[in-house]
Write a protein that binds this ligand. Structure first.
Ligand code: SR1
Ligand code: MG
Length: 400
């Protein structure tokens, strides 16, 4: 097999058999495709002893739209390389790559099937005590070790080149920062939200803030990001937290991943108004989500400060007080990106099941309106936050 071809179950098995080494020689393999994501084929390959691996293959187009939206296969190389680099510095929270072939756009990964996707768990009202801490550790560690605070300028520039990911970045540039604020075919939302959408599109201050966020996304190669750190990119159980799917990885503003993650927790917060009818249970879930955000902001800040103190390599960047200044900007960015994630997931192309699967139409509309309002307020007020505590206070205040 050399020229690219999209796999079916049989081809996935043939590929693994030819590769060798994934299973014992006498293994009888079974395979099924279960990818329900936006972009790729995902197969689970299992032997008669229930050992299994995941084979992921990029398609030359965006699966959720079809062949009319061609998409580079190079994203598979970027994803496998990002997983390997993130896995080197943060193996505890990164899915393990077992094999990669750029020509076939195939990556074989450890099977995390014993864990659950965070989004579905939150939708079911389940909570994970370590989530905020673990995500903060992953985001702080992977960004610090791929930033100017640690890498030599020459190494960083070489890495920026190899992680240049223009087509996937273009998706984010358009879906996050363009579409929600314009009338485009890709957007979708109920007619009942037209008034709110119109209001967003006529808010000059908001559009200015979005322009700043987009500009930083385009031109701030601060560190190697995951690039798509939403709650569908996380596998969890009570003791484990693992990131998957960094095909949108590139060198960008550090606050982008943190903001995407917190934005997804806040989308779930809004959605719980239409999901949990019992007031005390809803309050518990809300308290959990806010506590997780608080822990995540605090731990991210602490980890970054500690890593800079213990492993920072650039003497100029170690000037007293500079890390704190840098982190203040990162956190402000995070709040802005958090708000833009909330808006684009409510009215843009790619929605979240947290909101869309609320059964009652009126309850769904209320949750969607809240998500738009919270997103807008966070974007407008992000630059007023001077510390992690101020970020948290802002979040609390816009939810009231
Ligand atoms: C066409 S891709 C739509 C969305 O799915 C991915 O997971 C990213 O979040 C992207 O914006
Ligand atoms: Mg994905």
């Amino acid at each position: 097999m050399s020229a690219y071809q999209a796999f079916d179950n049989d081809k996935a098995i043939e590929y693994i058999n030819n590769l060798g080494g994934m299973f014992p020689p006498d293994a009888q393999l079974n395979c099924y495709e279960f990818g329900d994501g936006n972009l790729n084929l995902v197969f689970r390959v299992t032997d008669q002893h229930n050992h299994s691996v995941i084979l992921k293959q990029a398609l030359p187009y965006a699966r959720c739209v079809g062949e009319s939206w061609p998409l580079t296969l190079d994203r598979a190389r970027i994803e496998a390389s990002a997983l390997r680099r993130h896995g080197e510095v943060c193996p505890t929270h990164t899915v393990r790559v077992l094999h990669h072939n750029s020509e076939q756009a195939v990556t074989i990964l450890e099977d995390l099937g014993h864990l659950k996707i965070l989004r579905s768990e939150l939708n079911a009202g389940r909570t994970f005590a370590n989530l905020g801490r673990d995500v903060a550790r992953y985001l702080a560690t992977t960004s610090f070790y791929h930033s100017d605070f640690y890498l030599t300028p020459a190494n960083k520039k070489a890495l920026i080149q190899s992680f240049t990911n223009p087509e996937l970045c273009a998706i984010t540039e358009e879906l996050f920062f363009d579409d929600p604020y314009q009338d485009t075919e890709r957007n979708h939302y109920p007619d009942a939200l037209s008034k709110e959408v119109d209001k967003l599109r006529h808010n000059t201050a908001l559009k200015l803030a979005i322009a700043q966020l987009k500009q930083r996304f385009l031109s701030s190669p601060q560190a190697l990001l995951h690039g798509d750190a939403h709650s569908g990119s996380l596998f969890v159980d009570d003791t484990t937290t693992k990131f998957i799917d960094p095909e949108f990885a590139f060198f960008g503003p550090i606050g982008f991943d943190l903001g995407s993650f917190i934005g997804n927790l806040l989308l779930n917060f809004c959605a719980q108004h239409g999901r949990i009818s019992e007031a005390s249970k809803r309050r518990d879930m809300h308290t959990y989500l806010l506590r997780t955000i608080d822990i995540c902001l605090g731990e991210f800040d602490y980890q970054w400060q500690t890593l800079c103190e213990q492993h920072g390599t650039d003497s100029t960047l170690q000037a007293p007080g500079y890390t704190a200044l840098f982190l203040r900007d990162v956190l402000q960015d995070a709040i802005g990106y958090c708000g833009s994630e909330m808006i684009r997931r409510t009215i843009g192309l790619a929605h979240v099941s947290d909101l869309d699967e609320i059964e009652d139409e009126q309850a769904r509309l209320l949750a969607q309106r809240l998500a738009l309002e919270v997103g807008e307020q966070l974007i407008l007020n992000a630059r007023s936050c001077q510390s992690k505590d101020a970020c948290y206070q802002l979040i609390i205040s816009v939810l009231q």
